[in-house]
Structures are given as structure tokens and as C-alpha cells.
Design a protein around this ligand. Structure first.
Ligand code: GDP
Length: 399
């Protein structure tokens, strides 16, 4: 079975814990796009462990972990992450694989990243690295295994002053990472043929997709479920299921349209309860009501038939909860200027105004919580497989 897990909004939906949850029964966990700008934070045995590039399947000792060709890799960040994971007892060993075709983030990518600050990137060089990929100037992991080719290419890309230290540094990274660099396309296809349980994890969110998100306020890759095929070299016919992670409200970091804005006092309450501050930058995220219009489009374009609903507990104190069911005038998703002008039309539901984080039985949830969950399922015409009602590992109820 091959499953893709994607964030359905603007990222920060709580994908990390869902991926961790599903990783438990997976033989293979693979990343297919993005770079060290993404991140999951997991609490493992009381330790906070941060994942940027390594799939969180690494915490299970028999799980194969893959970084696909669609990911851009900062070798320094990756080596630091592997070293850190080893400190907690998670060894990469012979079950960690990096695509030989994945592009490498270079120091000059970082210095060029989002100089105007408009897009709100994390300044990790991801965007400029993808620009070089599409400009056919990129350097790929395999080149680190062949320093003579790497040398000639790098000479054409950097000044003679920068060349030698950069060359030596990246050759060192290459030596450290060499045991993991592989033809991951061949491996993925072999495992799929062997009917392994395969989990493909998307980073960021579908509304940040370079093609299907709110361009230009988007990421540089395709979190889209189809990105899992191009980003790993597998066929669309291999994918059995796409599971969407939906946060019970909306949040967005950086600029770009988010029609379902809340009144400032409500927004502040949600931000503080949901700890909606950028993981890398600490910037406050904008928070809004759940947007069914955007979600319907995302579910349609990605083939999502099942969702996990996260952070319901963040709404615990609300007396009323709004859901946006349409826009007036109808939204034109392709132009942010038109998205900014559109007015959301809401349905209003009663809040539950009681803590739900300790409940583990769906039947025991307040009637208003169940009504909210069921309303979302009905409006989206989708199966909700689980709900998350707190940050604790076990605060998930399977439906
Ligand atoms: P990602 O960017 O989508 O991978 O998001 P993460 O997995 O890093 O989750 C973002 C934050 O949300 C983390 O601090 C989680 O602990 C927290 N979180 C996830 N699910 C829930 C939930 O159901 N309730 C609450 N209160 N926090 C949650």
C-alpha cells in the first residue's frame, strides 16, 4: 500500500505527528519535495526532537527512510540533523537513502534567499536552489561522489576567491554522506513491487504549492500529491491513497491571501492557545476560520478522500465557531488581488467551551464538538479518519 500524507492548508497543520503515527506501520517513509525549510517537532521520551530533512520513520529501527530527488538538500543541515538524531539513539545506518539526483543547497543560495522578505521564506536557500535546478545550473548529490566533475562545475559558478574553501567543504560533506547516496528511484520502485507499506510525506501545505497554491506567495516546489511521483520517480498508478491533514482552523505565515480572517481579539486567543508562531522565525502566524472553499479545491485537485482533523482543542474556549462555506463574489484562485477582495460567507456553530484534550472516546466529546467535526465531514464530503485534540502523543481519537 502506498499512502501520501499532505498538509491541506498553508502548512503547520500538525503533519509531523500524523506522519509519525502512520510511520509506525510503514516499511518505507520518504520525503519528496521541499528542503530544510520544513520541519516537524516530535516529543520522544520527553525529548524535543526536530526533523527538517530526515523522514521521521528514522525513529523506528526497521523503517527504510528516503530523501527523494524532488527534495533540495543542505548537506550541512542534513549532517547536523543526523548527528543530533544519533544522540537520541536514532541511527541512519544502512536504512537511510539520499537520492543521487537531489539538488544541493550551496552557500550562495542562502545569501540570495528572499532578500526583500516579501514571500516570508525561512532564508535557507531553498528557493534559489530550485531556481538553479530549473535554470539547469544545479549541483546534484551524485556530483559529490565525483569530485573531478564537481570541481569543474563549481568553478563556473563561484568566484575564484570563494572556490577553494567551498570546494573542500562540500567534498568533505560528500565523504560523510557518500554511504547514503543511492539510486532511490530504483529502490522505491523495488519496494513498491514487493508490496511494502510505503508512506510518502509532503512538506509545507497544498495552498503553498508552486502551481496550485496562492502564487506568488508560495513555496518553490510541489507539495501536491503528484509531486510525490516526480519527487521520487514512481508512477501515479502506484499511489493507493492520499490522506490530508486539516487543522480545525486556518493559519498562514508570511504574506498572501487568507480570506477567512478573524476579529483581532479572537485571532489573538487562537494564536496563543494554538501556539501559532513560526517554528524557525518566531513570527506570529495569521489565524482564520476554517475555509471550506479552499479545502474543497485542495481535496479535489489532490485526490484526498480521507482527512485527519488536528488541533480541535485550540477552539475549546470559543463561544461561536465559524466555517466559511462560500465566497462572494466567487473566488478566482489564480490571482491574489481578487482573492483579497472576496468576502467569505460563514455558517456559525456553537462552541463547546470546555476542555476536550483528555477525552479518548469520540462518543464522550461534547455534542458541539461532534457537530463541528460532522459538519466538516459533510461539507467536504470526506471521511475523517482521526481527530487530534491536544499536542500529547496519545491525544488522537480514531473514528
Ligand atoms: P507541521 O508543520 O504540519 O509538520 O506541524 P507540526 O507537526 O510541527 O505541528 C505543529 C505544532 O502543532 C506542534 O507543536 C504540535 O505539537 C502541535 N499540534 C499538533 N496537533 C495538535 C493538536 O491536536 N492540538 C494541539 N494543541 N497542538 C497540536
Amino acid at each position: 500500500m502506498v499512502k501520501v500524507i499532505v498538509g491541506t492548508q498553508f502548512g503547520d497543520e500538525g503533519k509531523g505527528r500524523i506522519i509519525e503515527l502512520f510511520s509506525k506501520s510503514a516499511d518505507v517513509v520518504a520525503r519528496y519535495q521541499g528542503g530544510a525549510n520544513a520541519g516537524h517537532t516530535l516529543i520522544i521520551d520527553g525529548n524535543t526532537v526536530v526533523f527538517h530533512l530526515v523522514p521521521c520513520g528514522i525513529i523506528y529501527p526497521n523503517t527504510m527512510c528516503v530523501i527523494g530527488n524532488g527534495v533540495v538538500i543542505d548537506p550541512e543541515a542534513l549532517i547536523n540533523e543526523l548527528t543530533n538524531l544519533e544522540k537520541y539513539g536514532f541511527k541512519a545506518g544502512k536504512r537511510f537513502f539520499i537520492s543521487n539526483s537531489a539538488h544541493i543547497v550551496m552557500p550562495y543560495h542562502k545569501s540570495k534567499d528572499d532578500i526583500t522578505g516579501k514571500i516570508g521564506t525561512t532564508h535557507k536557500g531553498i528557493g534559489p536552489c530550485y531556481e538553479d535546478k530549473y535554470g539547469r545550473r544545479g549541483i546534484r548529490m551524485i556530483e559529490l561522489l565525483y569530485p573531478e566533475f564537481f570541481k569543474e562545475k563549481l568553478k563556473t559558478l563561484v568566484s575564484s576567491v570563494d572556490f577553494q574553501p567551498m570546494y573542500e567543504q562540500y567534498c568533505k560533506y560528500g565523504e560523510i554522506l557518500a554511504p547514503y547516496i543511492a539510486d532511490t528511484t530504483a529502490l522505491m520502485n523495488k519496494w513498491i513491487q514487493e508490496k511494502k507499506e510505503v508512506l510518502l510525506e509532503g512538506a509545507q501545505g497544498l495552498l503553498l504549492d508552486i502551481d496550485h497554491g496562492t502564487y506568488p506567495y508560495v513555496t518553490s516546489s510541489n507539495p501536491h500529491s503528484g509531486g510525490a511521483c516526480t519527487g521520487l520517480g514512481i508512477s501515479p498508478t502506484c499511489i493507493d491513497e492520499v490522506i490530508g491533514v486539516v487543522k480545525a482552523y486556518t493559519s498562514r505565515v508570511g504574506e498572501g491571501p487568507m480570506p477567512t480572517t478573524m476579529a483581532p481579539d479572537i485571532e489573538e486567543a487562537i494564536r496563543s492557545r494554538g501556539k501559532e508562531y513560526g517554528a524557525t522565525t518566531g513570527r506570529p502566524r495569521r489565524c482564520g476560520w476554517l475555509d471550506i472553499v479552499l479545502l474543497k479545491r485542495v481535496l479535489m485537485t489532490n485526490g484526498i478522500k480521507k482527512i485527519v482533523l488536528t488541533k480541535l482543542d485550540t477552539l475549546d474556549e470559543m463561544s461561536k465557531i465559524k466555517i466559511c462555506t462560500k465566497y462572494v463574489p466567487e473566488a478566482n484562485f489564480a490571482l491574489p488581488e481578487l482573492m483579497y477582495k472576496t468576502q467569505p460567507v460563514y455558517e456559525e456553530l456553537d462552541g463547546w467551551q470546555t476542555p476536550i484534550s483528555d477525552i479518548r472516546d469520540y462518543k464522550k466529546l461534547p455534542a458541539a464538538t461532534k457537530k463541528y467535526v460532522e459538519k466538516i465531514s459533510e461539507l467536504l464530503n470526506v471521511e475523517i479518519v482521526a481527530i487530534c485534540i491536544g499536542p500529547q502523543k496519545d491525544a488522537t481519537i480514531f473514528l
